[in-house]
Structure formats: C-alpha cells, structure tokens
Design a protein around this ligand. Structure first.
Ligand code: ZN
Length: 318
C-alpha cells in the first residue's frame, strides 16, 4: 500500500506550484479527499457473519471494579494483538481447539492460532474503528519473539507509554478452549483507572476481577485486555472457514468498535449529503438516488419496531 501514497502526495505537492490555482482549489483536494472520504460513508457497509462467542466469563459475578473515568471522544486508542511478541516462549497463547484437539494444522507455522487471530482481529478493529471516525490505530511489534517484556517494542511497553500519554490501550485475546478457558470478558486496566470503555466492554462481553491472577502484566501497565471468546466452537469454525472468515472478523471487530464508540459518545458517521448543498456541485455527477415512494403508514402500527440497529442484544445473549 505505501508505495502509492508518496506519488499521490508528490503530485499534490507539485501541482499547486506549477499551476496558477489558489492553494485550496477543490480540484486539487479531490484526490486526497476521495481517500479520506471513507469515514464519511455510512458505517457498517461491510459483510458480517454472526458469530456465537459462547459463554461469558464465569468470573463476571466477581466484578470488583467500576469504570467511571470518561476519556475524551477523541482519545487516542491503541489496539494490540495479544501474544504478538511472545511466540515460541511461555505465554504464547492458546493453540485453540482445532489444532490442540482435532489435530488441524496451525493457521501459520511458528505461531499459536490465538496469536494469529488476535493479529487479524486487532487489525480489523482499528480499520473499522477508523471508518467509524475513532482516533484509533493498531500496533504490531513485528518481531514475534521478544524475551524482555520491557523491550521498547513489546505490546506492554508501547501500551504503557500510550496510556502514560493519556491514551487508551486495548489488547485483544481469545480465551483457552474447554475447561481452561473462562469465556468472553474484559480484564480492565489497573494503572490509569477503569474507564467507561471498560465498563461498556463488561456490559457487552462480561468481565474478570481487576486483580485476576494477581493483576496481569498488561492491566498493571494500563492496558485493558479483552477476551473475545474461547477459541473453539462457532468462533473458531467461522474464523477458520475461508467462506465466513472475513464476515466473522468484521462481526467481531464491529462488536468492539460499536461498544467503544457508544461508550465515548461518538455517533456513527452520517451518510454523505447528496450534492445539492455542497460547493462545487458542477463537478459532481447528478445524484442517482431514486425518490422514495410516499407511503402513508398509520403511526400506531409501527411504533416501537422501527429501530433494529441498536439492538446489539440480539447479536449476543448467546
Ligand atoms: Zn491470550
């Protein structure tokens, strides 16, 4: 991807110099805007395959924290993939039911399936979060085995520094299969104090006590951990099946993005307003929007069933 950008940027920089146009001429802005315009499209126009993330953490009943801190809607959010820097060493994550029990080949040699799916899911969360308009990015340590947890490249070091600078950091995980796993849930950050994002993730996915296993390394450094579900059953099947993988990743990432955005009070991006009110409309092709049919619906009969979009509960409760 990056190779294309420098050319576009170079053109954008050079064109104003050689053409007698005002600096903010709309023609010059269009190529850049065309790419940046993505977040202005209605959010949610991607295929989704519903995934049953299974039971919620059985430790949810032991919740001993309350997320009250309220970050700014523009708080920088850093998404991390659990175990992305700790492969081939202790703490490399779960192999998942398919590999460990059914003997399936790992998704990628040299890496646990959890780390593999954490990477794809965390990346997708950042991508969809940007579409929503959140100030969110993904960090990949690149190196898959870093023995020193305090090496500046590790998830923990990057997350800690991010939180120290006032950001919010979220590390994505899938839980162990079978009886070793607890189910989906948030393990909230300790350093920095629990936030309304942590609270919302608890509502959505369940939770763990703040001092789970004597405070884990990530929460101690201010990084909230999210277990999306055990790596087994429907989650694992739909991730592994190439036909459902993209939709499943979108579904899972969307659950997280929507929860964070609502907690921060960030509304979804509005649809593009059709050309008529926008300056420079002479460039725009005539909108091909068919005029909606006028139907007189009796008010009483539709009350209360108009909105299914916000029915996040329908997607969970599984
Ligand atoms: Zn994990």
């Amino acid at each position: 991807m990056p190779p294309r950008l420098p050319l576009a940027l170079a053109l954008a920089l050079v064109l104003p110099l050689i053409s007698p146009l005002p600096l903010v001429h709309p023609l010059l802005e269009q190529p850049l805007l065309a790419q940046d315009a993505l977040p202005r499209k209605p959010y949610g126009q991607f295929p989704k395959v519903k995934v049953d993330t299974g039971e919620r953490s059985r430790l949810t009943v032991k919740k001993n924290w309350l997320g009250k801190r309220r970050p700014s809607p523009t708080v920088p959010i850093l998404v991390l993939a659990g175990h992305a820097d700790s492969q081939k060493m202790s703490g490399s994550g779960t192999n998942g039911h398919a590999v460990a029990v059914r003997g399936a080949p790992p998704m990628q040699p040299g890496m646990t399936d959890e780390a593999f799916w954490n990477l794809l899911t965390a990346r997708r969360i950042a991508k969809l979060g940007k579409l929503w308009g959140l100030n969110i990015r993904f960090y990949d340590p690149g190196v898959r085995t870093i023995y020193n947890a305090d090496d500046p490249r590790t998830n923990w070091s990057q997350g800690k520094r991010h939180v120290q600078n006032g950001g919010y950091a979220l590390e994505i995980h899938y839980d162990a299969y079978g009886r070793d796993g607890y189910g989906s849930g948030v393990i909230p950050r300790v350093y920095g104090g629990q936030t309304v994002i942590d609270e919302a993730l608890h509502q959505k996915f369940g939770c763990f006590p703040w001092d789970f296993r004597g405070v884990l390394g990530a929460p101690k450094r201010g990084i909230t951990m999210l277990e999306l579900g055990k790596l087994e059953g429907d989650v694992e099947n739909k991730l592994r099946n190439p036909a459902t993988r993209e939709g499943a990743l979108n579904y899972l990432a969307d659950q997280v993005v929507t929860t964070i955005a609502k907690a921060l009070g960030v509304p979804p991006p509005l649809p593009e307003i059709p050309a008529t009110t926008v300056a420079g409309q002479e460039q725009a092709p005539p909108p091909q929007i068919p005029s909606p049919p006028v139907i007189n619906i009796p008010v009483s009969s539709t009350d209360g069933q108009g909105s299914t979009q916000g029915a996040a509960g329908a997607a969970t409760g599984l």
